[in-house]
Design a protein around this ligand. Structure first.
Ligand code: GDP
Ligand code: IMO
Ligand code: MG
Length: 421
């Protein structure tokens, strides 16, 4: 058996949570491989809305196994709050959520360091989610991190040493803080974590594959936020691309099957950094309002713009995407025309590749007729208006990849599978 990977091709918030939930019935296991509570994955079904941060989006579909892999960074306090809320809403997870002992822990002082580093950057700040993601991955790579497995042996000593190291840095930055309450909740989170199956997920996933089980890997963030290939330094601190599923779960590259690349019919971005197709006009505002483009957790306004095919071609390349999933086309249902960026102008010269720096590029647009049809209640591609089919063909040709699923609303039911292979 092989694993399929589902990941974001833009700047995150493409709708990964919704689609993972929809696809879960086809799989035995769902696994997260990177990121942490910087993610906010929204699912809607039966009139209820849930936002998941660290827990995989397969948790609502029967008793599938859900795995938090070694590549994830986990904040025990936020995890406890998220898990308890799910259990309280009638979704037990202790038996079916397995957590890698090799996943790194986000400490309260990591969150403070995140804020301190952002403050020190002034105007150049990244606009992080403030969840301690960067400092935690930094400690991992510099071999100073604490892992979930550490809570099982001599934990108090290890925690005190890590905290003392962070305190020294914070002192040198002259940063004022008080973690008393945060630390109390964090310690409660550590105790809570002990109740879960703490596993070596690399063995588990490979054994499951050997036993013929199917696995869906759920990405967080998006390719344009990848630490290597995104719009650096305005990125997150993990590899959000498909290769992250190999390192974040202990999978060989030959175990990767389909790579589902998920994209909105337009673009959004939260936080700072370049965004070539960003719209500062009424159209941008209309997309934000119709698409409810506000952060799933923070409520931060998302910046909006036209779909960027140059960036998408690049994302498809670095991920090896085999199938595309198109989200939120319903937001454009009422538009007379829709635009797509097909090339950039760099120093007055047109290029169709994704350049090293996208700060000063000018988008070159193609304008297509809108479909002017409410598609939110459609259930089959047979109902698609002609102009929408033309739009899909245009995207498939430009991106040289088939669009397998079209999502026409936030609900689980508003999902249309296409006949393409
Ligand atoms: P994720 O981080 O990739 O899981 O995406 P988010 O949950 O942060 O953001 C996607 C938002 O769009 C959520 O509010 C979803 O409920 C919503 N959504 C998902 N798919 C669709 C769709 O096809 N149409 C509309 N209108 N909303 C959608
Ligand atoms: P999901 O999984 C959108 C952005 C932040 C910031 C940058 C770095 O819901 O798609 P970090 O806290 O990771 O150090 O912030 O990355 N960012 C996201 N944007 N969706 C996300 O997750 C994001 N996770 C981080 O806004 O610009
Ligand atoms: Mg999100």
């Amino acid at each position: 058996m092989k694993v399929d990977v589902l990941l974001g091709l833009q700047w995150g918030d493409e709708g990964k949570g919704k689609v993972v939930d929809v696809l879960t019935p086809h799989y035995d296991v769902v696994a997260r491989f990177q990121g942490g509570p910087n993610a906010g994955h929204t699912l809607e079904f039966e009139g209820q809305k849930y936002v998941l941060r660290s827990i995989p989006s397969g948790i609502f579909q029967g008793d599938k196994i859900n795995i938090i892999g070694n590549g994830v960074v986990l904040d025990p306090a936020l995890f406890k709050a998220e898990a308890e809320a799910l259990e309280a809403s009638g979704h037990p997870l202790k038996e079916r959520l397995h957590i890698s002992r090799k996943a790194h822990l986000i400490l309260p002082t990591h969150r403070v360091l995140d804020a301190a580093y952002e403050a020190a950057k002034g105007d150049a700040k990244v606009g992080t989610t403030g969840k301690g993601i960067g400092p935690t991955y930094t400690d991992k790579v510099s071999r100073n991190g604490l892992r979930v497995g550490d809570i099982l042996h001599d934990f108090d000593r290890k925690y005190a040493a890590a905290k003392a190291r962070h305190e020294k840095i914070l002192k040198s930055l002259d940063y004022e803080y008080d973690i008393t309450e945060m630390e109390k909740q964090w310690m409660e989170g550590i105790e809570y974590l002990r109740q879960f199956h703490l596993v070596d997920s690399e063995h588990e996933v490979n054994n499951l594959l050997k036993a013929g089980k199917s696995i869906l890997c759920e990405g967080a963030q998006g390719t344009m936020l990848d630490v290597d290939f995104g719009s650096y330094p305005f990125v997150t601190s993990s590899n959000t691309i498909c290769a992250g599923a190999c390192t974040g779960l202990g999978l060989g590259p030959n175990k990767i099957g389909d790579v589902y690349g998920i994209m909105k019919a337009y673009c959004t971005r939260v936080g700072a950094g370049p965004f070539p197709t960003e719209l500062f006009d009424e159209t941008g505002k209309t997309i934000r309002d119709l698409g409810h483009e506000y952060g799933a957790v923070t409520g931060r306004e998302r910046r909006c713009g036209w779909v960027d095919l140059v960036a998408l071609r690049y994302a498809i390349m670095v991920n090896g995407v085999t199938k595309l999933i198109l989200m939120k086309s319903d937001v454009l249902d009422g538009f007379d025309t829709v635009k797509a960026c097909v090339a950039y102008k760099v120093n007055g010269e047109e290029v169709d590749y994704f350049p090293y720096d996208i700060t000063d590029v000018e988008p070159v647009y193609v304008e297509l007729p809108g479909w002017k049809t409410d598609m939110t209640r459609m259930t089959s591609e047979d109902e698609f208006p002609e102009e929408f089919n033309a739009y899909l063909s245009f995207l498939e040709e430009e991106l040289e990849t088939p669009i397998k699923i079209v999502s026409v609303g936030p609900d689980r039911e508003q999902t249309i599978e296409r006949y393409v292979d």
